[in-house]
Design a protein around this ligand. Sequence first.
Ligand code: G3H
Ligand code: 13P
Ligand code: ZN
Length: 330
Amino acid sequence: MLVPGKIVLDHAFQNHYAVGAFNANNMEQVQAIVDAAAETQSPVFIQVSRGALKYSRLIYLKHIIQAAAEEHPEVPIVMHLDHGNSLAVVKTAIGLGFTSVMIDGSLDESGKKALSFEENLSLTKAVLDYARPFGVSVEAELGTIGGVEDGAGVKRIHVTDPAQAEEFVKQAPVDSLAIAIGTSHGATKFSGECVLAHDVQQEIHRRLPHTPLVMHGSSSVPEELVAIVNKYGGQMPNTKGVDIPQLQQTIQHGVSKVNVDTDGRIVMTGAIRKFFVEHPDKFDVREYMGPARDALRDMIKGRMIAFGSAGQGPKIQQINLEQAKQFYAR
Ligand code: G3H
Ligand code: 13P
Ligand code: ZN
């Protein structure tokens, strides 16, 4: 069933686990995500970026995600807009039936200029005012997570200031807050070992003891997955992603949602490359998309277990947007 983000986030927060948020662009990815959730009894965020909305011509993904919810009514699924950057995009997502939106006010709409604290705050407040009457949950971002955010090519990381985070949530009481503590998007995260600002993260949690925190840029870029891509003709550099034990540490201190996209891209690419090299005579789309879907499902199951969400799905009271409206009206 499609549920508002807040229901899942609050359950994760109170029970010290994190829900995995996985990006989808097509049917196979949605199926892999929901199958992983069903098999591990996890709640899940299926998240759609602006690029994915465009690629899927707005309505296709919405219907595919609704199909996943119909196939698996027992799984609490949040249909989430990833990195919305304007009220207009948020309105589009809510119009499509999304149950959760992210407003990323860290950068302006071009993705090139940082928004000021005040600009981010006023954009986030406008999104809250718009989303609340629909029962839709809102995630904001403070600080800048490095890497390519929706193709903008931004490469900078501004670690979130805990005092600002406290002030931000006081003025804009969002359902969750994405923070920057050293992660970045994409496959190239750390040149050496993974270093996260755990002290900053814990201080933010201390100052915001009731706010679920979100970790973006959380792919771990496993060496063995990159090795499969390269073994079958790929040319990915060997880089370091986020260390899973370090992620688990953040989950003990208020991180309730962990975003993973890149690992899914790597695992599907590896499976497809392998298939083509091993079966140069084959050309049935289902024969190579099937193994890619299975490989993605298995990777995601591993993350759900690592983040502690496995087994939590049946414990979540499922509500719909109509019920969430009353919840937010309180
Ligand atoms: O945060 C970015 C996500 O990985 C989505 O990437 O904009 O290329 O779909 P995308
Ligand atoms: P990765 O690039 O590390 O998978 O991060 C994805 C993400 O944060 C989506 O919002
Ligand atoms: Zn992100």
